[in-house]
Design a protein around this ligand. Structure first.
Ligand SMILES: NC(=O)c1ccc[n+]([C@@H]2O[C@H](COP(=O)([O-])OP(=O)(O)OC[C@H]3O[C@@H](n4cnc5c(N)ncnc54)[C@H](OP(=O)(O)O)[C@@H]3O)[C@@H](O)[C@H]2O)c1
Length: 314
């Protein structure tokens, strides 16, 4: 196979600059690395946040993107490359937060599904997932199911309810209900059982307040954004553990759980244990990404992932 010397890339030339479609050298893989021809890349909220706020990235120019699927790894036949591109970041955000046992990890340290007892020890325990139709939320529902939690209650807009039920949610609460009504619904659906596991896949101030309030003393709450729980909700002796997840398998403390995840992922995808997000392929490859990021920023994407195919860049 002949490898081209250059490739197209969508990059930020400087901090908080404008996206620029340009030609860059194809990198040469080092030891223990592979060169992947990216055929589909997914858009994530972090991409517009890096551009708008200048967060996370120190060195510019920076080539955007945190998810990709391509042609080195074999992909199960029942999953398209576009669907596969929706998996890495959002699934890692759930797996590293739930099952990482590293002493420095941001994790609630649950027994993993690949460990003894990992699919049975949570049986009959309720899980509450806020933002179940988000990309992260869809994987949180599926892993809650794999871990054996029941019931699995998610919040979302009603038009996404069927999708979430198909992924393993047992109940979907309309996310537009007032917090008191959501709380009431929760207690009805759990039969008053304490909720000791809450995953807030949205983690805005209003969802964090609902999440923290719903959590039983001694329970665990996973947040995907920095904590902003109103002080008046916190009570002495609550003993509610809050974990800010970091969905990236590359830092040293996330590597081992990342290896375990990727050992099992192919089988999970083949068996439909993990179903990728529904996708919408954007027109014009990399050139379509800035407009897609605007839609993400303005909450105009519901229940699916935006995907770009670099080879379709004009
Ligand atoms: N910490 C980390 O490492 C990490 C990693 C990945 C993502 N994140 C963060 O996690 C968040 C989710 O990312 P994502 O890619 O999963 O987002 P996404 O798929 O773009 O989220 C879109 C969904 O959010 C739902 N939503 C919006 N506001 C909601 C609310 N108040 N209550 C319930 N659902 C709500 C919408 O639901 P409906 O359409 O059903 O209304 C929509 O389906 C982002 O803020 C992202 O930056 C953090």
């Amino acid at each position: 196979m002949s490898i081209p010397k250059t490739q197209k890339a969508l990059l930020l030339p400087e901090k908080q600059g404008q996206w620029s479609l340009t030609e860059v050298p194809v990198p040469t893989p080092g030891p223990k690395e592979v060169l992947i021809k990216v055929t589909a890349t997914a858009l994530n909220p972090v991409d517009w946040k890096i551009q708008a706020y200048g967060a996370f990235i120190q060195n510019y120019p920076w080539i955007g993107g945190t998810d990709a699927a391509g042609v080195v790894e074999e992909i199960p036949d029942n999953v398209t490359e576009d669907q596969a591109a929706s998996v890495p970041l959002a699934l890692a955000t759930v797996v590293t937060g739930l099952y990482n046992h590293h002493p420095h990890s941001k994790s609630v340290n649950f027994t993993a599904p690949w460990e003894e007892g990992g699919t049975t020890k949570f049986a009959g325990k309720p899980a509450f997932i806020l933002g179940g139709s988000s990309s992260v939320g869809q994987y949180a529902i599926q892993l809650a199911k794999l871990s054996g939690f029941s019931p699995i209650i998610a919040t979302a807009s009603p038009h996404n309810a069927q999708l979430l039920l198909s992924l393993g949610a047992t109940h979907v609460i309309d996310r537009s209900l007032p917090p008191a009504a959501i709380k009431q619904e929760l207690s009805k659906l759990t039969g008053g059982k304490p909720i000791e596991f809450v995953y807030d896949a949205i983690s805005l101030p209003d969802t964090q307040a609902i999440a923290y309030d719903a959590l039983a003393p001694g329970g665990v709450l996973l947040l995907v954004l920095p904590e902003s729980i109103p002080a008046e909700l916190k009570k002495e002796g609550d003993n509610k553990k809050i974990v800010n997840v970091f969905g990236n398998v590359h830092p040293p403390e996330n590597r081992e759980v990342g290896v375990q995840l990727y050992k099992h992922l192919t089988e999970w995808l083949q068996k439909g244990i993990i179903v990728p997000n529904k996708v919408e392929v954007l027109p014009n490859g990399l050139a379509g990404i800035p407009e897609g990021l605007e839609r993400l920023k303005n909450n105009k994407v519901s229940g699916h992932k935006l995907i770009a195919r670099p080879q379709e860049t004009p």
